[in-house]
Design a protein around this ligand. Structure first.
Ligand code: NAD
Length: 362
């Protein structure tokens, strides 16, 4: 059956990197028999330019009807002065909310060929393979009430609300336990239960859910310690699960352990496994349009899409092997340059992955 994907390039380097991922998808179609069609729509600043909204209605409708969504990145300095609800990043929050994408899977894998690209000692990070499961549609980024108000003493104050229901905690916990079952069966739940009531409930519910997963070893860690442990001895972790804001911060720290955010894909899933797939990095306006952005995170996002939403794990393997082959050949974009490597541009990197895949189709 032909699957349909919605392709949302967004802004900045989003346009260039998605173009490379499309080359890969086209080859899967023509050379590997994948039944797939795609349609492109604007989001972020491009959505605002096209329809006055960071998430145009037609874009959300397309995403809803598709089997999966491939996203580039959103944002750019030209949109920074827009009212908050029109800013590109709002489009991202809105599509996650609109599609009910509550579970964000962010792997941090260090490719052996890139061990020197990390700022940490190779022995600390070599062979790193952790998965951070971040709750994506709740917590302080969405909690009400929120705002900036004036107090009686004339001072203004900003306020947000950190709130999680039992249902929200339970479903992200299940997503994390399911993920751990497919890996090394170790799950570390990260919270701030020594200070926050929300975290107290979080810990209680995660512990309760753990009784349904007796094979998974569950541990709990305070977020400040987790941040420290991630840079001290990151290989102690297999899967980590945490709320929206803690996950935002910890997954960026984990990403940097690997040396380049240009290498890391992500998946955001709903309750039925439908997902949106995107690189973890932003629109990188500083390098947009220069043919230097690394397209591998987006190409690897296609692999995650094949594995988690399109039930084509063998084709996911093809992409991941092709990326490994290209790194073996010593080809690098500037962000992952290592000694003796050949630095190539965005389009050439996409072409190199396609060529490596073509060899596998013969
Ligand atoms: P960023 O991730 O865009 O860039 C951070 C740094 O990493 C920059 O120096 C950039 O050049 C580099 N970089 C990022 N992706 C790269 C790639 N593929 N290849 C090579 N180098 C890469 O983060 P930022 O600079 O904080 O934000 C820029 C814009 O992106 C802002 O408007 C921000 O709101 C937005 N943003 C969007 C997303 C998203 O769409 N998911 C995520 C983060 C930031």
């Amino acid at each position: 059956m032909t699957k349909k994907i919605a392709v949302l390039p967004g802004d900045g380097i989003g346009i260039e990197i998605v173009a490379e991922a499309i080359k890969v998808i086209d080859l899967l179609k023509s050379g590997f028999g994948l039944g797939i069609e795609y349609e492109t729509a604007p989001i972020g600043g491009a959505g605002y330019d096209a329809a006055g909204e960071p998430l145009p209605e037609a874009t959300l409708a397309l995403a809803r009807e598709a089997d999966a969504v491939l996203l580039g990145a959103v944002g750019g300095p030209q949109y920074d002065k827009l009212p908050r609800d029109k800013r590109p990043e709002r489009g991202l929050l809105a599509i996650r909310e609109g599609l009910g994408l509550f579970s964000n899977l962010r792997p941090a894998i260090l490719y052996a060929q890139l061990a020197d690209a990390s700022t940490l000692k190779p022995e600390v990070v070599a062979g790193l393979d952790i998965m951070i499961v971040r709750e994506l549609t709740g917590g302080i980024y969405f909690g009400q009430p929120r705002g900036i108000r004036s107090r009686d003493d004339g001072q203004r104050e900003g306020f947000n609300t950190l709130v999680y229901s039992e249902m929200e905690i339970e479903r992200i916990a299940r997503s994390a336990f399911d993920t751990a079952m497919k890996r090394d069966r170790r799950l570390c739940s990260v919270d701030k239960a020594n200070v926050l009531e929300v975290s107290e409930l979080w810990r209680e519910v995660v512990t309760r859910v753990s009784s349904d997963y007796p094979e998974v070893e569950l541990s709990h860690m305070y977020v400040d310690n987790a941040a420290m442990q991630l840079v001290r001895a990151p290989k102690q972790f297999d899967v980590m699960v945490t709320g929206n804001m803690f996950g935002d911060i910890l997954s960026d720290a984990a990403a940097m352990l690997t040396g380049s955010i240009g290498m890391l894909p992500s998946a955001s899933l709903d309750e039925n496994g439908k997902g949106m797939y995107e690189p973890i990095h932003g629109s990188a306006p500083d390098i947009a349009g220069k043919d230097v952005a690394n397209p591998l995170a987006t190409i690897l996002s296609v692999a995650m899409m094949l594995r988690h939403s399109l039930e084509e794990p063998a084709l996911a393997d093809v992409i991941e092997k092709a990326v490994g082959k290209v790194l073996d050949q010593g080809l690098r974009t500037a962000d992952i340059e290592t000694e003796g490597a050949t630095v190539i541009g965005t389009a050439a990197m996409g072409d190199a992955v396609v060529a490596a895949m073509q060899e596998m189709s013969n």
